[in-house]
Design a protein. Structure first.
Length: 327
């Protein structure tokens, strides 16, 4: 259920989500495209359509009108307000955009099921995170947390709960509320520990085995992001413990253990880059530099070694050196 999340969203233009971590689904295959050989055989491409172009256009327009007429009034209003929000984002008026987005969510949130409300809230929050507007994202996650109590069955409540706490903690981290972020990470870990054993014990049931795997996928993200928080608050000596707990989850998971090398390498790469960027941020913000076990140049050298050599041996060397105090 886990694979490797886009390792560095910075390269795709979304630096704010660069360290979100690992995706929720490893088996997700992207939508087939023509360039990948689907529905592009010569026989398909050369078959003349029995429908005149004008008739096809008319049919498409009528189908769209029919859909809009059947659309719930709340959805129409949501779409209208959200369009206004997007328009104001493009103009750079974030305050007005926040107002329109908030109103569009208020219109729809009470007519959806609890779990659909959570997913809708996460969609809104992610829009703001991409723009690095973490304060604007938090109210949506807070609404989602309130809806969490009504989610059934409890297995869904646990999976969604760990995910929400992880995302909220990241927002608190980005806004400088480090103590609140740490409390949220710990709360997510407690929720995982409380229910994971129960679902794992009944692994003979396919559904429970799936729940356990989903929880494992969510909790490794928590440990990654918790480790990043520790770097931010200059508690680098505790990062090794987070990595160890991360490793234990991966090795204990029937689904993840076959991906151990890949997942640990990605953890190491993300942590090395995060440490470099954190040092850059501190220099930019003029923060007092206290002695660190992770000097910037050595981290750059370490990460360069990871990229050039590309093997598990290089990463093992990096960790060994860091544990010995050289980093």
């Amino acid at each position: 259920m886990l694979g490797i999340r886009r390792a560095l969203l910075r390269s795709s233009g979304h630096p704010s989500l660069a360290f979100r971590g690992f995706p929720r689904s490893v088996n997700h295959q992207g939508t087939a495209t023509a360039s990948r050989g689907f529905a592009t055989t010569p026989s398909v491409l050369k078959t003349p359509s029995k429908w005149p172009k004008r008739l096809l256009i008319t049919a498409s327009v009528m189908a769209g009108v029919s859909y809009l007429l059947r659309e719930e009034p709340e959805r129409k209003e949501q779409r209208r307000l959200r369009a206004l929000g997007t328009e104001n984002i493009q103009k750079g008026d974030f305050d007005l955009a926040i107002k329109y987005y908030s109103e569009s969510f208020e219109v729809i949130k009470d007519v959806m099921s609890p779990i659909d409300t959570i997913h809708e809230a996460c969609d809104y929050a992610t829009r703001w995170e991409i723009l690095q507007q973490y304060e604007a994202a938090l109210p949506y996650y807070q609404t989602a947390m309130k809806r969490l109590k009504a989610v059934e069955p409890i297995s869904d409540r646990c999976v969604e709960g760990v995910m929400l706490m992880d995302r909220m903690a990241q927002c608190y981290h980005r806004t400088g509320r480090h103590e609140t972020a740490e409390k949220m990470f710990k709360q997510a870990i407690r929720l995982y520990e409380k229910y994971h054993g129960e679902f794992s014990a009944s692994n003979s049931s396919g559904s429970n085995g799936s729940v356990a795997a989903k929880l494992e996928g969510e909790i490794i993200n928590v440990f990654l992001h918790y480790a990043q928080l520790l770097v931010s608050v200059k508690r680098d000596n505790e990062v090794a413990d987070m990595r160890q707990r991360f490793t234990q989850i991966v090795r204990g998971s029937q689904l993840l253990r076959s991906m151990e090398t890949t997942l640990l390498e990605k953890f190491d790469d993300l942590m090395a880059l995060y440490a470099i960027r954190e040092k850059r941020r501190r220099r930019r913000d003029g923060e007092e530099q206290t002695p660190s076990k992770w000097p910037k140049q050595q981290l750059i050298t370490a990460f360069g070694r990871l990229r050039e050599q590309g093997g598990a041996a290089a990463r093992g060397t990096w960790h060994r050196e860091r544990q010995e105090g050289r980093f």
